[in-house]
Design a protein around this ligand. Structure first.
Ligand code: 9J3
Ligand code: ZN
Length: 313
């Protein structure tokens, strides 16, 4: 069953022309000169070899092959963050594009689930960072922390990342997202609810006692698993998705032949749609809309996909 609440014409996506023209004008002195120069220069060759039509775009134009690949175009470095050096969460590992020639990147913090450690979600670090994000896989204060606590810890991790970490200069603090597995996925909903400035949330087989999320204004893609007996989609992912506002950019992807723990191992379907969602909503990169709209069809790996299309409400 698929839902498409956007049956009418789509609204223009957020910040396209306004932010672009503002940025260019800000770089140049004098309004008239700015207009003339901007026209003369055409698409400015900004970071990398790609046109800077959208100032947040990073990396080459994507194809199905590039978002399904084990690694994206950016070489990745990593740095460990000791739990002893931070407050409000349990430390973790920051994965980031090695290059400093592409400007700042959007960032995402990722929480593990109940009784689990950052190792359980580590595969997402290099997988997402190599596409052009700073990725912080975290440990929680205790492995028994509940979703509301995990939500606060995701936000503490993002604050650390943008304010105090060694890579803070590489991160655009206005372009942040959250992900998490199970109780960490429930935590990502809590984080989005309490910080609407977040640009994307991706709960992975999320678990939460709170079944209703009408307060969330952050574009949210929920991954469920058809064979999940710990957070069954009928009592977790599906009601979570259905409770999100129908005016929100939202998606529900139910993994086929999958379990509660499918997000704990490298998974191409999770990766390709997570990359697309993060690019589309953290970077406003409409080059990725093609992978999200038309809505993905059922397949060997997708039991069901629900969502709105086109995006940019
Ligand atoms: O994080 C999770 O895997 C939550 C699933 C769970 O065991 O909840 C029961 C309390
Ligand atoms: Zn609620």
């Amino acid at each position: 069953m698929q839902l498409n609440p956007h049956t009418g014409s789509s609204a223009p996506s957020r910040d396209t022309l306004g932010r672009r023209s503002g940025r260019r004008a800000g770089r140049l002195a004098g309004a008239a000169a700015a207009l003339t120069l901007a026209v003369a220069l055409g698409p400015l060759t900004g970071p990398g070899a790609h046109a800077a039509d959208n100032p947040y775009e990073r990396g080459p134009a994507p194809t199905t092959a590039t978002i399904e690949a084990a690694r994206g175009p950016y070489a990745v470095s990593q740095t460990s963050v000791s739990s002893l050096s931070v407050t409000g969460f349990g430390g973790g590992t920051i994965y980031y594009p090695t290059s400093t020639s592409d400007g700042t990147f959007g960032a995402v913090a990722i929480s593990p689930g109940y009784t689990a450690y950052e190792s359980s979600i580590a595969w997402l670090g290099p997988r997402l960072a190599s596409q052009g994000f700073v990725v912080f896989t975290i440990d929680t204060l205790t492995t028994l922390d509940q979703p509301d606590s995990r939500g606060r810890q995701l936000l503490a991790a993002l604050d650390y990342l943008t304010e105090r970490s060694s890579v803070r200069g590489r991160v655009d603090a206005s372009r942040l997202g959250v992900m998490g597995h199970s109780m960490g996925g429930g935590g990502s909903l809590e984080a989005a609810k309490s910080r609407p400035a977040l640009q994307a949330a991706i709960p992975l087989t999320p678990w939460n006692l709170d079944k209703t999320w009408p307060e969330v204004t952050t574009p949210t893609l929920i991954f469920g698993a058809d064979g999940d007996t710990i957070a069954p989609v009928s009592s977790h992912s599906e009601p979570f998705y259905m409770s999100l506002s129908s005016s929100l950019d939202r998606g529900y992807l139910e993994l086929n032949s999958a379990t509660h723990f499918t997000p704990n191992s490298s998974n191409t379907t999770i990766a390709k749609y997570s990359i697309s969602w993060l690019k589309r909503f953290i970077d406003n990169d409409t080059r990725y809309e093609q992978f999200l709209c038309p809505l993905p069809r059922p397949s060997l790996t997708i039991e069901e996909y629900r969502g709105n299309c086109p995006h940019g409400s």
